[in-house]
Ligand binder design. Sequence first.
Ligand code: UTP
Length: 290
Amino acid sequence: MKVTKAVIPAAGLGTRVLPATKAMPKEMLTIVDKPAIQYIVEEAVNSGITDILIITNRGKDVIEDHFDRCPELEERLLASKKQDVYEEVVSISKLANIYFIRQKETKGLGHAVNCARSFVGNEPFAVLYGDDVIIGDDPACGQLIRAYEKYGKVAVGIKAVPEADIHKYSSLKVDHLEDNLFNCTDMVEKPQTKEAVLSLYSILGRCVLTPDIFDILDNTAPGAGGEIQLTDAMKTLAQTVGITGVDYTGKRYDMGDKLGILQATVEIALKNPSLGEPFKAYLKEIVSTL
Ligand code: UTP
């Protein structure tokens, strides 16, 4: 079945980016000239997704406003003959059919994804983590969809993380299939001892799930951090039917982390058609003084 639906969980508290995220959702933090979540929605759309459910919570109404029309602003732009900006602003509201639901309590990523059950129905669906921006020529979400279509199993985006950091991530048991694809048969969330580490491959940012994940989530007890972990539910699938790991191409930026935000800003600004050259000249000047 073709994957046309996506879920973007964006209901986290963003405690690692405080105080910026006290009143502003981290998904709305700007990278150059667009909020992070717009890059993620664009990636989904470029991967063939037509319907997107964004999971929000209190204080995240600005996300809804960003994907809505804004008549007063549009009129002003037209009146002042700013046709290009007008078209860009209007196009945001036409990217996809975007729906919203609130996760009423912040009980973890697994709990957030479980809020998507009625939106998803009986179809496979993509999940794009709301604070992971991935930039690349071949959209990461589309790479996972192709892996799902080829192997018929849940597909997860994976990346090798530094050994010193693996205790903050999930660790996967993987066997190489072909190219950048792996069969994953087990996983552990946030391994706290060296012995618990299965490999340095971790699930990062994206997955394509099947609706059987919902019954598993219903029966998943709170795990690391007292939250319902999506990886704990995926582990059940990995151990029974196996899942496909995709070491996707593209650079991932962690917008839930202050250094990640700075890296995204610098690297994406350097690629910007109008700002890239002057920004590069500015950076060179700064670097020469360091
Ligand atoms: P994170 O664990 O990175 O988000 O979840 P967080 O809880 O905001 O992070 P801290 O507080 O800085 O440690 C990954 C994604 O899952 C969403 C987040 O919004 C983020 O996009 N999420 C997390 C939810 O939607 N609901 C939750 O209960 C937890």
